[in-house]
Ligand binder design. Sequence first.
Ligand code: NAD
Ligand code: ZN
Length: 377
Amino acid sequence: MCCAILNLSLIIFWGDTIMIKLNISLGERSYPIYITADFNGLGKCCQSARLKGKVVVITDTNVDKYQSEQCIENLAEAGFEVIKYVIEAGEKNKNLKTVEEIYKFLISQKLDRHSTLMALGGGVVGDITGFAAATFLRGINFVQVPTSLLAQADSSVGGKVGVDLEGSKNIVGAFYQPKLVYINVNTLKTLPKRELQSGLAEIVKHGVIRDPDFLDYIDYNIKKIFNFDEDILKFMAKTNCQIKGNVVEQDEKESDLRAILNFGHTIGHAIESVYNFELLHGECVALGMVAASRLAYHLEMLEEDSVNKIVDVLRKIGLPIKLNGIKVDEVYNQMFHDKKIKDNKLVFVLPKAIGEVIQCNIDDEALLKKVIGGLGE
Ligand SMILES: NC(=O)c1ccc[n+]([C@@H]2O[C@H](COP(=O)([O-])OP(=O)(O)OC[C@H]3O[C@@H](n4cnc5c(N)ncnc54)[C@H](O)[C@@H]3O)[C@@H](O)[C@H]2O)c1
Ligand SMILES: [Zn+2]
C-alpha cells in the first residue's frame, strides 16, 4: 500500500484499487471514510478497522437486486463470515418493528459483541441498521456502505441513527458512530433519477452553508454528474464528507454549529409533513432553501444575485423551485411542530453570502407567509 496527501485526504493504492481516504476526528470514536468506484477494497478496509468474524449485511429489497452480490463476495474473500438480511424498502419500514425483527435474526445467528452490522443501502437502511447496532448487546460494530446520494452526501456521516414512531420522524434514536464508511460512487448508477436529484439538494446545501467554490463546481458539472463521471462523483463525495464531517467534528451532538446543516429544513420539513411525504426529502429541502434564501434577501442579509444563483442551480438539477397552490397557512403552522423548535420560536439558518450562514429567530408572521406563498408563484 502507498499513500499521497491531498487536501487533508489521502489517496490509497491497494493493488488495482485506488481510494480516497478521509478521517473524521472524534477522539476515540474517530473513523475513516473511503471513497472509491467499486467494492474491491471493502474487505481490506474492514480488516484495517480490526473487524473480524461475523458481518451481517443489512440491505433493502431494491438495493439487494443490484448491489449486494459484489459487496458480499469481497467480504467473504477477505475471510469474513457474511450473513445477509433484507428488509422491505421504504421509509414506512423505518420503525421499531423492523428493528425487533433484526434483533431476533441476530440472536438466531448467535452474534456476539465482536460481530459487525453493515448497512448497505440508503438513509433508511443506514438509520435502522445503526440503531440496531447501537442497541444490540449494548452496542456492536457498525459499518456504513451508503448507496443513495443522500446517504453518501449526508446521512452516513455524523452518527445519527434512529427510527420513526407514530408519524414522528427519527423520534427514537442515538448518536452512534460507525467504525468506517465505504462509499462506492458507482452504486449511484442504479439509483432512480428522482432520488439522485433529491440527494443533490443536500449537496447544494453544503455549498451554500460552507463553500461557494463547491456550489460553482456542482453548477458547472451537473451534466457530468448525471452521466456518472467517476472523478466528478468522487470529488463530490469527498467534498461533501469534508464539509459535513468538519461540522460534526466541531459539534458531534448538535448543541450549536451542527444546526447549520438545517439550512432549508425549517420550511422544507413543514412542506414534507403537510404534503404527507409525497414529495421526496430533497425536493422539500430545495423548496425550503429557495424560501430561506428569499427570506434572507427580504431581511437585507443576502444579495439578489446570490438568491438567483441558488435558485438557478436547483432548477438546473431539476429540483422543484415552486409548488403551485402551496398551502401557506398549513405550512406556516406546521413549522411549530418541528422537534428542533425551542420555546415556540422559529429558528432559521439564513445565508449572509454563499458559503456563510447564521442562525436567527424570526417571528415576523407576515414575512414568513410571504416567502412561503412566494413558492406558489
Ligand atoms: N442519519 C442522518 O444524519 C440522516 C440525515 C439525512 C437523512 N436521514 C434519513 O435518511 C432517509 C432518507 O434516505 P434516502 O433518501 O437514501 O432514502 P432510502 O434509503 O429510502 O433510499 C431511497 C430509495 O432508493 C433506493 N436505493 C438506494 N440506493 C439504491 C441504489 N444504489 N440502487 C437502486 N435503488 C437504491 C431505496 O431502496 C429507496 O427506494 C430518511 O429516513 C431520513 O430521515 C438521516
Ligand atoms: Zn436533509
